[in-house]
Design a protein around this ligand. Structure first.
Ligand code: HSE
Length: 433
């Protein structure tokens, strides 16, 4: 059978890895796909560098539109990142009747609805396994492996940079700034780490997972996003003594009144599997009503781990290239006409446990006053400890039972006005799954 023709947009980290895997494993891949996968054109910025890497059998251009408009090409592999140009290129490729494989979570989180609609109208596939969790086949699992289930919730460590930083803060006692500098030196963090440390990268991935888990539209703008820049090393150490570990989690949960969709630093029991996902590794825990909890673990970034996902998509698309579009796996797991418009809940409506740390004047009756204030908002205390503090003050840490975020906010507001307070209240969310 004739080879399927690929056009690559980008030959950077992921593009280069994809090229390597396609060359090295060509025979295995074609045995699986049923035909050869042949890269016929690559768009890059630096032509000489690309030529040195891929030789002379492939057409190289610095015009990405030449690739998406090339009538010979069946699948466009978008690996340039960014949103504006990538959106134009992907929509143009779809318009030209080409399938698209992309690793671009930002693009799909922001423009997924438009892109998937355009692809459905044209009867082409847009595959994006590499956009979430790098080499972990989490999209395959949710879209196909778990289709029997009503998915109740999922929680994931889906950003390796922040997981590395938090791991170093905990295990080596580093501050956030020290751990970030180390991550940058080792190449885990970008020179501009904002998208990672502010939680945006994780929220983009979570938005896509939530859409596939619950059959809801992609709604990145509704996600609650809190990164790790304000995490204090002392809370990591205190939490550890209390049997909890701090992770940047993406959590999405189905509730009777809507969907929780949130990324924030979260304390989880130190013994749990997720808590022991360390360094730059990723993992996603999915709870389905039939299967129970399943865990997916692996490298969430890097040249060949991400290429592994890109090439898996290429094989899938190749296998289904000639299938009736109506018989392919839907882009977002649910048939487009069966997507549900379940509301995404505001963060104030979220319910979880809370860790509250505060420094107070060390005098009689203080504890009773704070407990009384929490009780006014129906917040039940699970446990409390007192840590050593400066002369005349005490640091109190409360772990609450599950409460609503709005009530916690109001209780914190009231507590912070009390005369006995010597600090603001530090609040961390707690999940036990
Ligand atoms: N920068 C991401 C991370 C990988 O640190 O996990 C790409 O999404």
């Amino acid at each position: 059978m004739e080879s399927i023709k690929l056009g690559l947009l980008g030959l950077g980290v992921v593009g280069g890895g994809t090229w390597n895997v396609l060359q090295r494993n060509a025979e295995e891949i074609s045995r699986r796909a049923g035909r050869q996968l042949e890269v016929v054109q690559i768009a890059v910025r630096d032509l000489a560098k690309a030529r040195a890497r891929v030789g002379h059998d492939v057409v190289i251009t610095d015009d990405a539109f030449a690739v998406v408009n090339n009538p010979e090409i069946d699948i466009v592999v978008e690996l340039i990142g960014g949103v504006t140009l990538a959106r134009q290129l992907v929509l143009q490729a779809i318009d030209q009747g080409k399938h698209v494989v992309t690793a671009n979570k930002a693009l799909l989180a922001q423009h997924g609805t438009e892109i998937f609609e355009a692809a459905s109208a044209k009867g082409v596939m847009v595959a994006f396994e590499a956009a979430v969790g790098g080499g972990i086949p989490i999209i395959k699992a949710i879209r196909e492996g778990l289709t029997a289930n009503r998915i109740e919730w999922l929680a994931g460590i889906i950003n390796g940079t922040t997981n590395y930083i938090l791991s170093e803060m905990r295990s080596r006692g580093l501050t956030f700034d020290q751990a970030l500098a180390q991550a940058q030196q080792l190449g885990y963090a970008e020179a501009d780490p904002a998208a990672d440390v502010l939680g945006h990268d994780a929220a983009q991935k979570l938005t896509l997972l939530a859409s596939m888990a619950f059959g809801i539209p992609v709604q990145y703008s509704r996600a609650y996003i809190e990164g790790i820049t304000d995490v204090q090393d002392q809370d990591i150490q205190i939490a550890e003594r209390l049997g909890f570990r701090l992770k940047l989690l993406g959590i999405t949960r189905r509730r009777a009144d809507g969907i929780e969709l949130r990324v924030h630093p979260t304390l989880i029991p130190s013994q749990s599997l997720l808590a022991n996902v360390e360094d730059a590794m990723n993992a996603v825990l999915v709870n389905g009503d039939a299967v129970g909890q399943t865990l997916y673990y692996g490298k969430g970034a890097g040249e060949e781990p991400t290429a592994s996902a890109v090439v898996a998509d290429l094989v899938d698309v190749t296998r289904l290239h000639t299938a009736d579009p109506g018989h392919r796996v839907p882009h977002l797991a649910f048939q487009p006409h069966s997507m549900a418009d379940i509301p995404v809940l505001a963060i104030e409506q979220v319910r979880c446990g809370y860790y509250l740390r505060m420094t107070v004047s060390d005098q009689s009756g203080v504890l009773a006053q704070i407990a009384g204030e929490l009780a006014k908002f129906d917040i039940s205390i699970g446990s409390m400890i007192q840590e050593p503090a400066d002369q005349g003050t005490a640091t109190l840490i409360f772990l609450t039972h599950v409460a609503m975020e709005r009530d916690i906010n109001e209780a914190i507001g009231a507590i912070e006005t009390m005369a006995i307070m010597r600090s603001k209240v530090t609040r961390l969310r707690v999940e036990t799954f």
